[in-house]
Design a protein around this ligand. Structure first.
Ligand SMILES: [Zn+2]
Length: 342
């Protein structure tokens, strides 16, 4: 069954997607035009070639070159606003975008200017594209406790209106989750939700640590949870969702192949599952593609896909009336699709 058309019009929420990692070639070209001295190709054909996903090392190379293009607050605003434009084209209505203010601040963008830029883009994205953005501020683990401390400080002292959650990304090996407990304690005491990455490149213990030390309410990836039946049962019983990003998991080597992705095992164990894109252009994907992949892995039809979209809304940090509105929009889309195709 070809579900492409259904998926592309389906109103969706995305809960695990990174700010810099969402910079499409079009956006990178705009940023590169603002900084002619950058090594990133300016010619659209060369840029498309530069951006064609080859392997994980290439992803890191592209990622770093985009980070280096973000040099002032206007770059931050432009990136954020243009990411929302790309989301609207995929009928994404709501996204919790993971931003890493620390990497911009250490490159010389003042923290207050960074906050103003993302908020300005958030308001404009809602107005111009009908995309509601919220922020997850995450700690880049590889920059250690100093990054944790600064990210928590910015979240608690400067946290803008759109900030809803606190995260932890970067490598897991060598950076155990409990190391970041004091910063999560501070952010949670400030009312932020806890959504660390865990169990993506390490085993299930990292997910247990995220739950017990960091108070995780959702887990970024949690791929290795399937190796621990007790953990799967715990996630199911406590209703802790996994933010699953199938193509990313293959690209990073967390799972050997798309066919071998354990999302079905997660869902069959009763764990709430959401489908996400992580760093979409850099992994050569987008949320619509990930929904199509999930439909194959979970053997979903249109109603099943609408259920998947609802799952994401229900476990998001939107308020209850907004959740009801978006779920209502998903339901009416499904109903009218089914009526047209009877
Ligand atoms: Zn991620």
């Amino acid at each position: 069954m070809d579900l492409t058309a259904f998926i592309s019009g389906l109103p969706k929420a995305e809960l695990h997607v990174h700010h810099v990692g969402s910079a499409s070639p079009r956006i990178v070209a705009e940023l590169a035009a603002r900084h002619p001295d950058s090594p990133v190709p300016k010619d659209p054909d060369a840029l498309a070639e530069y951006f064609t996903f080859r392997d994980f090392a290439h992803f890191i190379e592209v990622y770093i070159s985009v980070v280096e293009l973000i040099q002032d607050a206007e770059d931050v605003r432009l990136l954020t606003y243009e990411v929302a434009r790309d989301m609207a084209r995929q009928t994404i209505r709501y996204a919790e975008l993971t931003v890493t203010p620390y990497t911009s601040v250490i490159r010389g963008i003042p923290d207050a200017a960074f906050m103003e830029a993302i908020e300005d883009a958030r308001v404009a994205a809602g107005r111009d594209f009908g995309v509601q953005l919220r922020w997850c501020f995450d700690i880049p683990s590889e920059l250690g406790p100093r990054a944790g401390e600064e990210t928590a400080r910015m979240a608690c002292e400067l946290g803008p209106d759109g900030l809803v959650s606190f995260g932890l990304g970067g490598p897991e090996k060598g950076w155990p989750r409990p190391l970041f407990k004091p910063f999560f304690d501070r952010a949670r005491a400030h009312g932020l939700h806890s959504v660390p990455h865990a169990g993506e490149t390490t085993g299930p213990q990292s997910v247990w640590d995220a739950l017990t030390a960091l108070g995780a309410e959702r887990i970024g990836h949690g791929t290795s949870s399937v190796r621990d039946p007790e953990l799967l049962a715990h996630l199911a019983q406590r209703r802790v969702p996994l933010e699953v990003c199938p193509t990313s998991n293959v690209a990073t080597g967390a799972v050997p192949s798309l066919d071998g992705h354990p999302v079905r095992q997660m869902a069959e164990a009763g764990v709430p599952v959401t489908i996400n894109s992580d760093d979409p252009p850099m992994f050569g994907t987008d949320l619509n593609t990930e929904y199509a992949v999930a439909a194959g892995l979970l053997e979903l039809d249109e109603a099943g896909l609408a259920g998947l979209a609802r799952n994401a809304v229900e476990v998001s940090f939107l308020d209850t009336p907004a959740k009801s509105r978006l779920c209502g929009e998903i339901d009416s889309y499904l109903t009218s699709w089914q009526q047209r195709n009877e």
